[in-house]
Design a binder for this molecule. Structure first.
Ligand SMILES: [Fe+2]
Length: 476
């Protein structure tokens, strides 16, 4: 967050008054250097987690935690629920009821989870996943999950997806990655205020930073940060490069492997691209086909072609009116020296050919939007956004070719698809409107309507270096 005195007052609200004596003092003092806010100013970099290194607050326990529901390929009929406990818990139950106004839930339907054992920095954990099927569309269900003997989670409520023709609100978040409890929490809470009817939250990868020996605490803080969403709606995760580990590190056999935490944290529909089955998937929700790609696998594990063929088939057979593709690494990077050539070679032509409506991305820690390659065509709209604290700098090319763009800004996005219109809004962490447009018209002739009124001016990084002295980043 910025110091209060550097904030612009929200539109329609007066800026804080500055007393005359303070103003005079400010005028007499030398202007703060461009690097104000550095360690020289008495500030030190914030650690990546609020929980101190080595603290066991997030160790797996007897009670169930990290409860999260992801969409089945038909989220009107099913969902996939994951949770975690410590050792000693095998095939715990998920109890499901129709949500009602009485505390008497009635007799629940019971579904046994499958359990996998994995090692964490906090010791052995048990990951549980329950596949819930046979649900009714557009219906509010209550469910709870079991831990060790005597332990249950609180009841939580989640509405299944409706069908084609029903309005859909969903949220999209770029990288959260760092300092999740400290800085991502406010973005999530602000997003929920702007999308109280959202049924889905899409995270486009790098949920945590990882690799610091405190990964389990990072994941604990991520789940704390997103608790308001994961308790009330489906969450669709995208695997980012930080969700990957390295196997056989520093040997000739070194290669990327999908990280243990991500794999156990999320249950996926299992309908992914050949070679990327564990991290790509699709689902249809209301009038939208969502396809989640794995950019790291495409770039580093040789699956770009396979994912492109799979995407092509999914888009060719799309029975819904709209399409959204989510991938961590952008097709057009707004950062210097970060072209993702394999994505442009294999996936970009498919996205362009099928005129995907939205391509939602992360990875570059700035905000940037641009249309596709065909001049005058409204779709695809390619967006890069960032929810978390880490902030990079835009390339000059991005400033020239993309708009709007932003540095030094935490954002969330609300998308509403209803009545033949897809309306998109990007808002800052404080809720101010940063970008907005609508797509209208049928799939072969989409038009874009830019909503400029109410947007705040584009934001640039105002500091020369981070607290750690890095000049290639704006904040970390
Ligand atoms: Fe990334």
């Amino acid at each position: 967050m910025q110091a209060l005195t550097r904030d612009r007052a929200p539109a329609g609200r007066a800026a804080p008054r500055i007393g005359t004596s303070i103003l005079l003092a400010c005028l007499l003092l030398p202007a703060p250097p461009a690097t104000w806010g550095t360690a020289a100013g008495g500030r030190t970099p914030e650690p990546n987690t609020l929980v101190p290194a080595g603290d066991t607050r997030y160790a797996p326990a007897r009670y169930p935690d990290r409860i999260i529901a992801t969409p089945a390929s038909d989220p009107a009929r099913g969902m996939l629920v994951s949770w975690r406990t410590g050792p000693g818990v095998h095939a715990p139950l998920l109890e499901l009821v129709l949500a009602g106004d009485s505390p008497d839930t009635g007799v629940p339907r019971r579904i046994a989870a499958t359990t996998r054992v994995y090692a964490t920095e906090h010791g052995v954990a048990h990951a549980h996943q329950a596949r819930v099927a046979g649900l009714e569309p557009d219906t509010l269900y209550g469910f709870r999950v079991q831990g060790a003997s005597g332990w249950w989670s609180p009841w939580r409520q989640l509405r299944t997806a409706g069908g084609p023709g029903d309005a859909l609100d969903f949220l999209y978040f770029g990288d959260t990655q760092n300092k999740n409890a400290s800085h991502s929490t406010r973005v999530v809470l602000q997003a929920l205020r702007h999308a109280p009817r959202a049924r889905l939250a899409l995270f486009t990868g790098d949920q945590v930073s990882g690799g610091d020996g405190e990964d389990d605490s990072e994941w604990g803080e991520w789940f704390d940060a997103v608790a308001a969403l994961s308790s009330t709606m489906l969450v669709a995760p995208v695997a980012g490069n930080h969700e990957y580990d390295k196997a056989f590190e520093d040997t000739p056999r070194e290669r990327r492997v999908l990280g243990t935490h991500w794999r156990h944290a999320h249950a996926l529909p299992g309908n992914g691209a050949p070679g990327a089955e564990a991290s790509s998937y699709w689902f249809d929700m209301h009038d939208v086909r969502f396809v989640v790609l794995d950019g790291t696998s495409a770039l580093e594990l040789g699956t770009a072609r396979s994912q492109a063929d799979w995407l092509d088939a999914l888009l060719r057979g799309n029975p819904r009116s709209w399409s959204v593709v989510a991938i961590h690494q952008p097709m057009f990077s707004p950062r210097r020296d970060r072209d993702n050539a394999l994505l442009q070679q294999h996936l970009l032509p498919v996205i362009e050919r099928h005129r995907v409506d939205l391509v939602l991305q992360g990875h570059d820690h700035v905000y940037a939007r641009r249309p596709g390659l065909v001049p005058g065509r409204a779709t695809p709209q390619y967006v890069v956004s960032v929810a978390g604290a880490k902030q990079y700098r835009l390339s000059e090319r991005a400033r020239a070719e993309m708009a709007p763009v932003a540095e030094d800004t935490q954002l969330f996005q609300v998308v509403r698809v209803a009545d033949g219109e897809l309306r998109y809004e990007a808002r800052t962490a404080t809720g101010r409107l940063y970008d907005a447009f609508s797509l209208v018209g049928d799939g072969s002739d989409r038009r874009i309507v830019e909503h400029v009124e109410g947007r705040i001016p584009q934001r640039r990084c105002g500091r020369a270096a981070t607290l750690k002295g890095r000049t290639d980043r704006c904040w970390e």
